[in-house]
Design a protein around this ligand. Sequence first.
Ligand SMILES: [Zn+2]
Length: 98
Amino acid sequence: MGSLDRAILTGFICRLCSEMHRIVIHIYGEEGIRLCISEKISRYLTINISRADPLPKTICKNCLERLEKQHKLVMVMENAANMLKGRKTRAAKSETKQ
Ligand SMILES: [Zn+2]
């Protein structure tokens, strides 16, 4: 196994889990921008990412999945909160179900 093979095998470091992956998504690449990865990271995580920092700008598929799950969860909860707020103003009764 030559050094080129090893370089291919090592792959890219994921910015979020710091593991090496052969398949990663570039945060500022076409897909990363389409998926709003940098916006989601800055919204849901406490880490700052910018194009100018010297750290990796790639994330693995596992972390992307986790980020998307978090996004969906927040969307569901925000929608629920808005719905409940709307309901509260209408003063509906909700003790009929059991
Ligand atoms: Zn990762």
